[in-house]
Every structure is written in C-alpha cells, then in structure tokens.
Design a protein around this ligand. Sequence first.
Ligand code: SAM
Ligand code: DTB
Ligand code: SF4
Length: 337
Amino acid sequence: MTLGGSTSKIASLVRPTLEKLEQIYRRPLFDLIQESRRVFLEFWPKNEVQLCTLLSVKTGGCSEDCGYCAQSAHYDTGLKKERLMTTSEVLPVAERAKQNGSTRFCMGAAWKGVRDGDPKFETMLETVREVSKLGMEVCVTLGQLGDIEARKLKEAGLTAYNHNIDTSPEHYKKIVTTHTFEDRLNTIGSVQRAGLSVCCGGIIGLGENDTDRLKMLEVLCSLDPEPESVPINCLTPIEGTPLAKTPPIDVFELVRLIATARIVLPKAKIRLSAGRDRLTREAQALCLFAGANSIFYGDKLLTASNPEVDDDRALLKSLGLEPQTPYSDQPQPTCTL
Ligand code: SAM
Ligand code: DTB
Ligand code: SF4
C-alpha cells in the first residue's frame, strides 16, 4: 500500500523510519522520558495545557463497525440514539465551554461521512459558522469527506478536522471492516488540501503490539504537513462491542507512546484523550511530563465518562500547570500550509 494512497500529501522531508522509531521507543523508560522532556521544553516552554471541550452533536446509530465504538449500529451497547443537534442547541454549550476555560471546541457526529447538499451538512456548516465567532479553535469529526465538503467547512470558519487512523494499517483491518485505512488517509488528504489543520491520532489498547503503535506513528509522521493535533486515546471498553473484554494496557506503555510521539512530532499538540478516568493522578502527571499538552475537559467525552472538572482543575493546580491562555488574550494560530 502506498501511504496516503493517491490523494494525501506525503512529506518530502526526512521522516523517522520504523527502525528509528523502534530505537526511540525501546530505550530505558527514564532515558526516553528525559529526551521527550527536552524536546517538549524546547517547543513548548510554557507550563500550559490546552483544555478542549467535546460535544456529541449526533449520537449513535452509525453504519460503521469500528470494534471499539459505543455508537456503532452493529453492536448492542445500550446507547440512546440522538438526532443532530441544531445550531441554537449547540451554541450555549460552546459558550459555557469558553467560560470554563476551553480554547478548543470539538463536535463529533456518528456518521460514516458527510456529503455536500445534505441538509445535515448544511446544519453543521451553520453551527461551525456560529461557534467559530466565539474565539475558540473549532474542530469537528464527521467521518469521511471529500474536497468540496472540506473546503466548505474551512470557509465556515473551521480550524481543524479530527479523523484518526487509530492503529497500524495492518491492525486496522481487524478492528473495522466497513471502511479501509486508505479511506481514512483519503479524507485526511481532502482536509489538508482545504488548508484545515489535521487532528489525527489513535487508540492504545486495541490488542495491537508495539510495532503496530510505531507503524501508526510512522504514518502520522509521513503526513505533510504533520498533524497539528495528535489525540492518544486509551481504549474505553464498551459492553456489547467486540473489544469489550480487551485487557487494559500497562500505563508505562502509554507513557512510552506519548514520549515517542513528542520526540517525533515535536510541534503537535499531543492530547491525552479517552480513558483518563481510569488513570491515576500520578499516571496522568507522568503523561503530561512526558509530552502530552492537552486534555479533554468536562464530565463527558462523546458518550463515555471523563474525570470531573473539579478534579482536573485540582490536578493542574497541584502540578503547577496553567490552562492555555484564551484566544481573546492572544492571536489564534492558523494553519500554515
Ligand atoms: N465518526 C467519526 C470518526 O470515526 O472519525 C468521529 C467519531 S469517533 C468517536 C472519534 C474517535 O474517538 C475514534 O477514531 C477513536 O479514536 C476514538 N474513540 C471512539 N470510541 C472509543 C473508545 N471506546 N475508546 C477509546 N477511543 C475511542
Ligand atoms: C479523539 O481522538 N478522541 C475524542 C475526539 N477525538 C473526538 C473522542 C473520544 C471518544 C471516546 C468514546 C466516547 O466518548 O464514546
Ligand atoms: Fe461510527 Fe466513528 Fe464510531 Fe466508527 S468511530 S462507529 S465511524 S462514530
């Protein structure tokens, strides 16, 4: 398979080979963290963590069979389906997120993808137009799209599009059968061509091995431009899905992955994403020390639980970390394609 298929841009710069990634990842843990910390401080010298708020704007009933997902219609997960939220329903949630200190608002919809001309896509465009006026970064994750849809989202004021590759190309086939890894890369290609920032990461704990994790990083590093945002999710086992009984990962494997990602993608926001509510404060602190610089903030992710807001505030305070400065006090970064 050609990475990126025919449509996604591949980096012309030298990117780390799998061999190089293995060398970094397999170092003694403290050596690895020492190096990731050095890179982290060079690129991100402020003691800041970006707070992002997630909102599921259309929940459940998805046609795709992603083996980890509560929202797939293929599995009986007991999730209540909800129709697409209107712009006026979303806006107050976004306003509250801003008041609570989030500088990024991310909306997710459980769809295979979006098509220009579909009234639901028009609603999403309108929502993006309104939310983007609030002065936060705006991200959406709506499944597959093409060049036209990506361009219209950019024109509506969208900052970034989230579309994860989740794992290695080889392991992906064992997790999802209703679309391919190549489909994911093609969507990412459209997002890049529209000049949107790419938010792309994956999940640890899908039964993959270390090499799968590094192959995932290899693909992320091959994107051009590199992803601006890399969410690292820990599998949240969902009753009714094929992966419900997958054993939890060792936290040091998570730290290794974050530290390696920080070294090879120094400019990216690395987001410590799903599964934080099953990590201790100490484990989260180690992830933030090793290179993670963003968290999803709020009691809920899309459908799964997240740590309480007060607990997150207390954690940041005890670590001496500040929430990222709101954009009303500083210019918002733009994608430099
Ligand atoms: N339908 C869109 C898509 O597939 O891109 C967006 C929604 S999907 C929920 C966004 C990402 O959330 C997935 O790619 C996956 O990385 C993560 N995710 C979903 N369910 C998860 C779970 N149970 N545990 C960990 N991460 C999960
Ligand atoms: C991402 O990688 N993680 C977030 C965000 N992108 C959209 C979603 C996590 C979802 C966790 C499972 C759930 O809430 O259903
Ligand atoms: Fe649908 Fe996205 Fe869940 Fe896959 S991850 S089932 S595409 S909502």
